[in-house]
Write a protein that binds this ligand. Sequence first.
Ligand SMILES: [Ca+2]
Length: 119
Amino acid sequence: MNFSVDPATPADTVVPESFIDPIGSPAAGLVTFTGTATDDDSGVATVFVRIRDLATNTYWDGATWTTDKVWIPATGTTTWSIDAPLSAGDHRINVYAVDNAGNIEDWGDGRPTVTFTVN
Ligand SMILES: [Ca+2]
C-alpha cells in the first residue's frame, strides 16, 4: 500500500472564535463596540455582528433599524469594531467569525452574546 501526504496546504477545519470587549452601560447615542477574533490555520476573514434593540425588537443594518435579523460585517478581523446609534433601554449584541477556509463559528461553538442597558 502506498500513502502520500500533501505537505502543501493542510485543510483548515478549525472554526474561528470571536470575543466582545466589555460593554458596560453606555450612554445613548453613537456607541462603538470592539472585540477580537482568533483562528488557527487560515486566519479570520470576517467578523459579523448583530445588534438588537430589545424594546422595539429591531436590528441595526448599518443604516437603519429593521425587523430583519440582519448580521453586518464589522470593521477589522482579529481586532474589530462597529458603531451603532442606540437609544436608552436594553440591547443585545451577538458576534461570530468566519475564517479564510469558510469555517463559520456557529451557536454551538459559543457565538458570544451580551445583553446590556443603554442609559
Ligand atoms: Ca480556521
